[in-house]
Design a protein around this ligand. Structure first.
Ligand code: SAM
Length: 290
């Protein structure tokens, strides 16, 4: 039997089930096993690895993961795909499909009930592009016991996540992701490897979870509030963003004092601050506003 991720087999499966793509669910299926091999290689899956997948589609990536991993659990929102997957993935009994929106799933509980204690766990997915950021932020913020995440996403989002301070791509998404993980864009991927072809360029992004954050902050929740406020209006200075989006005009003096304490020019813009500067600023704000 041919691999699912070949143009001929995919066409056959789609025809057999009369499957119509739903654009609203970000359904762009992979039809190139070379790309799948590269995704799987960059995830460094071994026969001990447990894999969480988001959106198996008709099982193209799932099948290739299943050939390498110890166990695979995959979340699919589209009920129409369940009978298809039951059929296409029948040679792989160690794959479990969960019919659920991954954003609503209790991933910690799934990990506990599916994988062995201290098992090597990776998230691997060709993500639905309409929810890339919320899915990635859920995976990171829930501090799951995973080694990392390898995902196919829009090239532009991959560049923003892996961006360095001072570049035009750098923003709150880069900081949020890089607080939890080391980020690298592994490769760009042409639209021709998908059916239907997406309108945007794609890329494979690898996130390697840090054992501990690269900066220490007094209050993590407040730290996240500070940087979200700092990027709320990219044209505004850091001072104005903090006045309008974190505090109020009455606190201008204290904010200026905190910026001075952290050695940050109030006229700078959020996108020029490094993670370390945000950490310093967040701690200074906490002490000056108290
Ligand atoms: N993995 C397949 C492949 O590479 O060919 C399909 C990838 S396709 C880009 C995204 C898949 O995610 C679709 O099967 C879609 O139905 C599913 N999906 C969309 N939103 C989802 C969500 N919130 N939770 C779980 N699955 C979702």
């Amino acid at each position: 039997m041919k691999d699912i991720a070949t143009p001929a087999r995919t066409k056959e499966i789609l025809a057999q089930y009369g499957f119509q793509f739903k654009k609203s669910l970000g359904q762009n299926f992979l039809i190139d096993t070379n790309i799948l091999d590269k995704i799987i290689d960059s995830a460094q899956i071994t026969s001990d690895t447990g894999v969480i997948e988001v959106g198996p589609g008709i099982g193209a990536l799932t099948e290739q993961i299943a050939k390498k991993a110890e166990k695979v659990v995959s979340f699919e929102i589209d009920q129409r795909l369940l009978p298809v997957l039951e059929d296409t993935l029948s040679p792989y009994p160690h794959v479990q499909i969960i019919h659920s929106d991954v954003l609503k799933a209790d991933l910690t509980a799934t990990i506990q009930s599916t994988f062995k204690q201290d098992q090597d766990i990776m998230v691997v997915a060709n993500l639905p592009y309409y929810v890339t950021t919320p899915i990635l932020m859920k995976l990171l913020e829930e501090k799951l016991p995973i080694r990392g995440i390898v995902v196919m996403i829009q090239a532009e989002v991959a560049e923003r996540i892996a961006a360095k301070p001072g570049t035009k791509e750098y923003g709150s998404l880069s900081i949020a992701a890089q607080y939890f993980a080391e980020a690298e864009k592994v490769m760009t991927v042409p639209a021709s490897v998908f059916v239907p072809r997406p309108k945007v360029d794609s890329a494979v992004l690898r996130l390697t979870i840090r054992p501990k954050p690269p900066v220490e902050v007094r209050d993590e929740e407040y730290f996240f509030k500070v940087f979200h406020a700092s990027f709320a209006n990219r044209r505004k200075t850091i001072l104005n963003n903090l006045i309008h989006n974190l505090e109020s005009k009455e606190k201008k003096k204290e904010i200026e004092q905190a910026l001075a304490q952290a050695n940050i020019d109030p006229k700078r813009r959020g996108e020029t601050l490094s993670l370390e500067e945000f950490a310093l600023l967040s701690d200074s704000l906490l002490s000056c506003l108290q």
